[in-house]
Design a binder for this molecule. Structure first.
Ligand SMILES: *[C@@H]1O[C@H](CO)[C@@H](O)[C@H](O)[C@H]1NC(C)=O
Ligand SMILES: *[C@@H]1O[C@H](CO)[C@@H](O)[C@H](O)[C@H]1NC(C)=O
Length: 437
């Protein structure tokens, strides 16, 4: 089905269709989305991309499959949701596609491949696959491959389970293409992609006494080029860089990126809003982009004590933290992304707004991912949030922002200024080619 501009699921926010993750393949030709119902939908870009249209509607559904099903953990009497937490593509080596998908506990490796030929003319089987009566076979025939309608098949290749006591929040494929990591609230495990029955625990933050628990792992990622480096962030606002060459257990970090909070501005919410919700290495491998509740920060791997760039995403919410805490919004986890040349960063906000920052010119823009905009194929117009009185008709006041509409998931495709956003409360996905100059 061609979803033209937006892929609208026309559904209730709590239903299984709500998108929980989005991820482009390395080439940008494919886009995978995971949803609360455990399904994965893969979209493929049409060959001719008309770059002149504002929206790239030329992604069509390529394959849909059920990746995870609800399960029940009888030992702990716990329901294990089928919701897809993360999807990661393996680098494409030949025509088949491989991707890892995970829910809270189990990671699966999927192979998605095309079939456009089928063998015909078996000697021992008839066309329906039934075994023939051997006594009636009188001649020998040579089976041939005949063209058929294109069939895209998704098959589970490996299941990596029973390695996480807590909920998996991240998976990341290593640049060696042989290993990957999976992280939960307290531990990070290292897997070999071809071995399912064991993994190595490389980070363990679980204290002997759970009452001493002070931080949880929020996200972890491998370095894009150095297979021995990985970064993980925590709820206390720190990001650690670990080097697997120095020791097998990376509890001792190689570097710690943390910005000291000004004691004068410290409040009850300081720690909550400093929790890192996403971390992404730049494509060059030199920088780390972290997202906390109110800002996005760029860190140079060579400088630990403070970020080289800080971008305010929605600083006007600083006076609203109490309300945001009461509605649990303060725990929302916004993702962030670099564009292909590491020159623009992008992250989501409330009211279906998302923000883009140009690093060189220091320009920034707020755009709205709305269903109406998609329908009209309109150009995304910059939006502005004002704190006091409206200065322009199109401005929106802080008090009228809708906190139920949020752009939590973002992904950028390498080959274009193409951006996808999956909104949690308005469950649709827009693909936009954004030209903000
Ligand atoms: C992963 O396992 C395969 C098969 O056992 C092995 O050939 C390969 O060397 C392993 N890779 C790493 C990085 O350990
Ligand atoms: C990244 O963004 C900059 C500025 O908009 C643009 O010039 C550049 O082409 C983008 N890079 C890619 C690969 O999309």
């Amino acid at each position: 089905r061609d979803f033209a501009v937006g892929f609208n699921f026309h559904s209730h926010p709590n239903s299984a269709d709500v998108i929980s993750t989005v991820e482009f393949s390395q080439s940008g030709e494919f886009l995978a989305t995971g949803d609360k119902g455990g399904r994965v939908v893969i979209f493929q870009r049409e060959p001719q991309v008309r770059l002149l249209t504002t929206f790239l509607g030329e992604y069509n559904v390529y394959s849909t499959f059920q990746s995870h099903d609800p399960e029940f953990d009888y030992l702990k009497s716990l329901e294990i949701e089928e919701k897809i937490n993360k999807i990661r593509w393996l680098p494409q080596l030949h025509s088949a596609l491989f991707l890892l998908t995970t829910n809270d506990k189990t990671i699966k490796l999927w192979k998605v491949s095309e079939r456009d030929k089928q063998p015909e003319g078996y000697n021992l089987k008839d066309e329906e696959g039934r075994v023939k009566d051997i006594s009636k076979i009188t001649s020998l025939q040579v089976p041939v491959l005949r063209p058929m309608d294109l069939l895209v098949e998704a098959s589970p290749r490996r299941v990596f389970s029973n390695a996480h006591a807590y909920h998996i929040n991240s998976i990341s494929i290593n640049s060696d293409c042989e290993t990957y990591l999976s992280a939960d609230d307290l531990r990070i495990n290292l897997w070999n992609l071809s071995i399912t029955d064991r993994s190595f625990n490389i980070v363990d933050l679980k204290p002997d006494n759970m009452e001493d628990l002070t931080e949880v792992i929020t996200v972890a990622e491998f370095h894009p080029h150095h297979c021995h480096l990985l970064a993980f962030s925590s709820s206390t606002g720190t990001t650690r860089l670990c080097d697997m060459r120095s020791r097998a257990l990376c509890d001792q970090h190689a570097k710690l990126f943390e910005e000291a909070v000004d004691p004068a501005s410290r409040s009850f919410f300081s720690e909550l809003i400093s929790s890192v919700s996403d971390v992404k290495f730049s494509h060059s491998g030199r920088y780390l982009l972290t997202r906390d509740y109110l800002s996005a920060k760029v860190w140079d791997l060579n400088m630990e004590k403070k970020p080289v760039e800080t971008y305010q995403v929605h600083d006007y919410l600083r006076s609203k933290l109490c309300t945001l805490y009461e509605s649990d919004c303060i725990f929302d986890k916004f993702e962030c992304a670099w564009n292909g040349t590491d020159s623009v960063i992008m992250t989501g906000a409330y009211n279906n707004f998302f923000r883009m920052f140009d690093r060189a010119s220091r320009r920034d823009v707020t755009l709205e991912a709305s269903r109406e905009v998609c329908k009209r194929r309109a150009v995304l117009r910059p939006r502005r949030v004002c704190i006091g009185r409206k200065r322009r008709e199109s401005d929106i006041c802080v008090d009228s922002l809708d906190f139920r509409k949020k752009v939590l998931h973002t992904a950028c495709c390498l080959s274009n200024i193409l951006i996808t956003i999956a909104c949690l409360c308005l469950p649709f996905l827009i693909l936009a080619l954004i030209n903000w100059y």
